[in-house]
Design a binder for this molecule. Structure first.
Ligand SMILES: *Cc1c(COP(=O)(O)O)cnc(C)c1O
Length: 477
């Protein structure tokens, strides 16, 4: 059991020695200072501080440590050179309120990234401001609302398939829309008749992911976009699965009007653990004037921040977005260049390879060619008393991060696997073989499977208690 840093206290040891006599701490008047005499702080040497936090970080699972096939999250390799680039002094020390003429390099980078994302998405204008996919959705829904306000229509409904990510209905509801859920058909795609039944002059938008969260391409997308447009509605594209289609098609060709892209998924930025992301939003020409301000523009000689958009929804985030994430994404795009198409090709190939190997051992509810991810079901394993959660825990003992489980909701006991393009065949085979071993263990000795995990820093936890009554504070404080 790791001790807390407070429990490692060894009185009068110092983690840091400030020896610079030039530092004068007396510049703040005493009356503004807190009395810290009874503050409890850990007393521990500098070397031990370092070891303590290294030990904690070693307990973490991360992409640097093993395969991370978390469906929907695109946990791909993040080139380390990106970290070097976004940490360049010229970027880090730049103040966001600095004048345009003093920030030409950063503005040029943002402008070029906007242009690149326009190419990938097919959209006509981009805002880099939203901090994540979910905030991109929120931005998109605010644009939908303001657009209909501007043409004097009060449309109230946003249509969302039952396979959608939970952030879709949440974003629509936060903007005051009624969410209308439609069922998927037997192929795991939007049921056209169900869509027709709910479309009317109250339809503001439909929110779609394509490929959808089952990893299946909506083959009727052109019919869907025509139906929605004919009813006067807009189409919102949840771009979280863009990793599957880059260079092959884009949301503009499919008929979408608004798009968000998750730079931290598709364009390689470390994520997980809630770290910073970026969810740029792109729109078609007629919605350009509704984007959040400022956007970055170029007049042929200078890059500048543009604030005067006629119908702008305003600001959505402090300053201009998560700049360091933008630097990483831009570096990744330059690094791969036209190879973005190869990224998607390999992601799709890897997923189909794994799906076809694993479908003989686990149920595959939608047995069709997949895109960059696929969804198995652990339903039949429950007869042996082993559910999907137990399979996930068992995987952890083989040094694999479990896939996404129990999502999408329309698949019982869902196991959602996304290998990404960046893993070798060896790694994919290791994972496949482990999954096959687990399937055999479930047949032969299901009770044993339930004992896992045993090799992880934290063993089996009471999931309900951990969610409802998390015990996170150091009691002595
Ligand atoms: C990840 C994801 C989102 C939300 O994006 P965040 O960047 O995590 O806010 C939305 N939809 C789908 C399909 C996703 O996979």
């Amino acid at each position: 059991m790791t001790k807390l840093i407070f429990e490692k206290t060894n009185e009068n040891l110092n983690g840091i020695n400030i020896t610079d006599e030039n530092i004068n701490f007396n510049f703040i008047d005493n009356k503004y200072l807190n009395d810290c005499s009874d503050t409890i702080l850990p007393e521990i040497s500098e070397l031990e501080v370092m070891r303590h936090y290294k030990e904690l970080s070693d307990k973490n699972f991360c992409i640097e440590k093993g395969f991370y096939p978390l469906g929907s999250c695109t946990m791909k390799y993040n080139p380390k050179v990106n970290e070097l680039l976004c940490a360049l002094e010229e970027f880090c020390e730049l103040h966001p309120l600095q004048d345009d003429e003093d920030s030409q390099g950063a503005l040029k980078l943002m402008y070029n990234l906007q242009e690149a994302l326009k190419k990938v998405s097919g959209m006509d204008a981009i805002s880099l401001q939203p901090a994540a996919g979910a905030q991109g959705e929120f931005t998109g829904m605010l644009i939908v609302k303001k657009y209909f306000d501007s043409i004097g229509q009060n449309r109230k409904n946003v249509i969302i398939p039952d396979s959608a990510h939970g952030t879709n209905p949440a974003s629509a509801a936060m903007c005051g829309f009624n969410v209308i859920e439609i069922k998927s058909n037997k192929k795991g795609q939007v049921d056209i008749n169900a869509l027709k039944a709910v479309l009317d002059n109250n339809t503001a938008a439909i929110m779609l992911t394509n490929p959808n969260t089952l990893g299946i391409f909506e083959e009727n997308i052109l019919e869907i976009s025509k139906l929605v447009h004919d009813a006067g509605g807009l189409l919102y594209y949840d771009g979280a699965n863009m990793n599957a289609i880059m260079g092959y098609t884009n949301p503009k060709l499919m008929g979408f009007d608004i798009v968000h892209m998750n730079l931290h998924k598709t364009f390689a930025t470390p994520h997980g653990g809630g770290g910073p992301g970026a969810g740029p939003v792109g729109v078609v020409d007629k919605l350009k004037e509704f984007l959040p301000v400022p956007i970055v523009d170029y007049d042929g000689t200078k890059y500048f921040r543009k604030y005067n958009l006629k119908n702008s929804i305003g600001k959505i985030k402090a300053f201009y977005g998560n700049f360091s994430v933008l630097v990483r994404a831009y570096a990744y795009i330059l690094l791969t260049g036209c190879g973005l198409k190869q990224v998607s090709a390999n992601a799709v190939l890897n997923a189909n390879y794994m799906m076809n190997k694993l479908k003989h051992y686990y149920q595959l509810p939608y047995d069709t060619k997949c895109m960059h991810e696929f969804v198995l079901s652990g339903e039949s394993k429950k007869e042996k008393g082993v559910n999907t959660l137990a399979i996930a825990k068992r995987l952890m003992d083989s040094n694999f991060h479990p896939p996404t489980i129990y999502f999408p909701l329309i698949v019982h006991e869902a196991i959602m696997i996304e290998p990404t393009e960046s893993e070798s065949k060896q790694v994919l085979d290791d994972f496949i073989n482990t999954m096959i071993t687990i399937a055999k263990e479930i047949e032969q000795n299901p009770q044993e499977v339930l004992n896992h995990p045993i090799n992880t820093p934290v063993k089996k936890v009471d999931e309900t208690l951990a969610a409802r009554k998390p015990d996170l504070a150091y009691k002595k404080l």
